[in-house]
Design a protein around this ligand. Sequence first.
Ligand SMILES: Cc1ncc(COP(=O)(O)O)c(C=O)c1O
Length: 396
Amino acid sequence: MFERLDKLPPDPILGLMAAFRADADTQKVDLGVGVYRNEHGETPVLDAVRRGEQAVLSRQKTKSYVGPAGNLEFNQAMERLTLGDDHPVLATQRVRTIQATGGCGALRLGAELLRAAAPDTIIYASTPTWANHVPLLTGAGIKLERYPYYDPETGGVQIDAMLSYLDRLPPRAVVLLHASCHNPTGADLNPAQWREVLGVVKKRELIPYIDMAYQGLGDGVVEDALAPRQFAAELPEALIAVSCSKNFGLYRERTGALHVLNPTPVTAEAVLSQLVRIARTIYSMPPDHGAAIVQAILADAALTASWRSELDEMRNRINTLRRETVAQLAKACPQRDFSFIERQRGMFSYLGVTSEQVKKLRTQQHIYMMDDSRVNIAGLRSETIPYFAKAVAQVL
Ligand SMILES: Cc1ncc(COP(=O)(O)O)c(C=O)c1O
């Protein structure tokens, strides 16, 4: 049986990680893998997470199953985190949430739900989008197409092209939107542009599928959730996939959720029953630990405050690095404008160099980034930025 299978090429990011590990140079810089790093280059366990985890372990009396929808208190806490404590839709019984194995698991559950509702659904994603969106969504048997998004000339969003593309879509076309910290470009919609997108979504009766993997890492917990909050207030239907990997630093605990907004409570019950069925047919039940930690944090005012201040620190660090990078690049390469990096948000930006130059940066300067020039800004440190900027100047 298995002799029929071909060996697949390794994921490009794994190759990049291996090459970085094998590089003996002491100045090497890893801007590849998409995890947050502090000023020591580490991805530490947050203090609030450690304390939440201790609370979970001391309270836990059983390892019995939690159920296919996961930890219901976690699900409710995530609804309030995503939508805000007093969001009017929370009182209407129209939102249903299922715990998921990270943002990836949430994205896949949503795609499976769409297929169950309408197998011929097409999801429209930005050009470019996070590479994993493609297998996660098409793996559920859903077709994926692209709308124009990133403008390499400005480092911003081609809003007119995006809006006019969306304005031609048929009703019930699903539009995948990054709530904030667009991966891989860092180019986000501003509040006025979100309004315009919401206008077209309403007019064409489109269904937004919002991927929020970086709440709190762009401009703030409230600011980054503008789209889910505004869309949920004004639309009958929406899907929102959320992840606790980055903002709680819970990557390996696989913690996330899918919120589905429905036109009525009756539909909401049907949707939840379908989500539970989908979970049962794939993995039965999600892991408990990460969700229990998040729930312990969000149920305790002191722990929540401590988490929020650690999250503020991560966000401020990223935005400071963005400023410092632009300043150093302006010094090292005055002929080229890199100011877009400071206008962008989240961990990622396209540096905007060719794949040849990316290769040179790797082999000659020991700086590792994705072939498409996506850099993880959080992989930089104040001390390495001047080296990085000079290295870029050398390959331009
Ligand atoms: C755009 C986007 N969506 C979703 C995710 C989900 O990540 P996870 O499954 O680790 O929570 C990520 C993580 O890198 C992401 O960048």
